[in-house]
Design a protein around this ligand. Structure first.
Ligand SMILES: [Zn+2]
Length: 459
């Protein structure tokens, strides 16, 4: 049973399941106005680790994560570049999945797009107005947070205290609001001086677009239903985003998330929050292009999700070297010809005990590294039975958190194609060409072995 820190109760408590055997999770997804940044990587990797771990224990995970494809930043960029906003969102969503695939992040079971749920958001807003929890003004429709008795549950602050701190543009700024903490549910379309139009949808109160906080409450309830198990995101989403999502559900008398999980920021070396550019990495794509993409996952596994993590070439590089050690053990065990045997149940139990204690991934991974050390010693000593057990244990525990170990060097497709051309030349008895192809591969640093069954290449 996974015990997880809950932001609402401020305790580590069991993650209860509404439906036995099925964990329902909502993860706030990206606003697709630019390429994914390093902080996005932490968020998606963290929840991928959580999901894979739960699945490795036999549970089913319904993992809903949205794409916010309508927002001021998207509209601003479209206007600045003189392009349709749909082009901006399509382009950046493609970059998003490119980075996620490179990092081995499983696609969510559901990926709702905000623009597909506008009708449902209009219905939600009408219900809130009906219940006197929202009101119409000249520039939009606002939620009255005074209508929600326990507003501030996630921030653990009274409304008055929240208003004197912070400075979020969603909280402050609008002139027509009755109270400073009230937030926009619907923004009316503004006429543009240059005659261009911004995206808008019809509503009984006037054309406009939904506010961000209404998207997630509608999509999570539509796909997961009331009282779903877990709502997650970065700690910056606690307030106002999650507080405001929850306020709408509460005002409608609906049961919302039963457990709230928030992870800490990615920071630079000085401990400052940085999400846009870090060290040598400008975007997440830079990181996955220049380093082994698995190393960011390991770096996070070696930290606690509620602690800030420095992400730069030094820290990712250290994780990359540690990963190399695990790969080396897996490869040595394979090369030594260890048998396929079950893993060591006592190590698996100890690993799960650490993970079930608020995802203590750092100590869980320490057990994996220890098993790899002992496995290497077993290979050295010729104890292949022990090496086999430990190799399975290491491989399975790594897989349980989404790390796939390499037991052989990856051979690029073009090298495989040249090896196959070599075989074809031999079959056609064109030995001069076969020799030339072999020499070329060897010059590129490949070991080329040709047997009766064909040619293999390796480093
Ligand atoms: Zn959200």
């Amino acid at each position: 049973m996974l015990n997880l820190y809950d932001t609402a109760t401020r305790t580590v408590r069991p993650l209860a399941m509404r439906d036995p055997g099925v964990v329902s999770v909502y993860v706030c997804g990206p606003t697709v106005y630019g390429p994914p940044h390093i902080g996005h990587g932490r968020s998606t990797l963290m929840y991928d680790i959580l999901r894979r771990y739960l699945e490795s224990t036999g549970l089913t995970v319904r993992h809903v994560s949205n794409i916010t494809d309508i927002e001021d930043k998207i509209i601003d960029r479209a206007a600045r570049e003189g392009r349709p906003w749909q082009e901006i969102t399509a382009e950046n969503e493609a970059l998003w999945w490119q980075a996620m695939d490179a990092m081995g992040v499983l696609r969510p079971t559901d990926v709702p797009h905000a623009t597909d749920y506008v009708t449902e958001m209009v219905t939600l807003i009408a219900d809130l107005i009906e219940r006197d929890a929202a009101y119409v003004t000249d520039d939009g429709i606002y939620m009255s947070v005074a209508s929600v008795a326990d507003y501030g549950l996630l921030t653990h602050q009274r409304l008055e205290d929240m208003l004197t701190g912070g400075g979020d543009r969603e909280v402050f700024g609008a002139e027509n609001k009755r109270a400073a903490a009230d937030f926009a549910l619907w923004k009316f379309t503004k006429p543009k001086a240059d005659g261009s139009s911004e995206p808008s949808w019809p509503s009984p109160w006037g054309d406009g677009r939904p506010g961000w906080h209404s998207e997630c409450v509608v999509m999570s309830l539509a796909l997961l239903g009331e009282h779903f198990d877990l709502h997650t995101g970065g700690q910056d989403l606690k307030f106002p985003h999650h507080e405001n999502e929850r306020a709408q559900a509460v005002a409608l008398g609906k049961g919302f998330a039963n457990h709230w999980m928030h992870h800490a920021f990615v920071v630079d070396a000085d401990g400052e929050k940085m999400s846009k550019s870090l060290g040598n990495f400008t975007t997440l794509l830079d990181l996955v292009d220049t380093m082994d993409p698995r190393s960011y996952r390991l770096l996070l596994l070696q930290s606690h999700y509620r602690s800030p993590v420095s992400v730069n070439t030094d820290t990712v590089g250290a994780a990359e070297r540690a990963l190399g050690g695990l790969d080396t053990f897996a490869r040595r065990a394979t090369d030594a010809g260890v048998a396929s045997v079950p893993g060591d149940p006592s190590i698996v139990d100890a690993f799960r005990a650490r993970m079930d204690d608020d995802l203590d991934t750092a100590n869980a991974m320490a057990l994996v590294f220890d098993a790899a050390r002992r496995g290497n010693a077993a290979v050295d000593a010729g104890d292949l039975a022990l090496a086999a057990t430990l190799a399975t244990t290491v491989r399975e525990l790594c897989a349980a958190v989404g790390l796939v170990l390499k037991t052989a060097d990856d051979v690029p497709a073009d090298v495989l194609a040249r090896a196959s051309a070599l075989d074809q030349a031999r079959a056609a008895k064109d030995f001069a060409l076969a020799d030339a192809l072999r020499a070329e591969l060897q010059a590129d640093g490949w070991l080329v072995e040709t047997t009766k069954t064909g040619t293999t290449v390796r480093r």
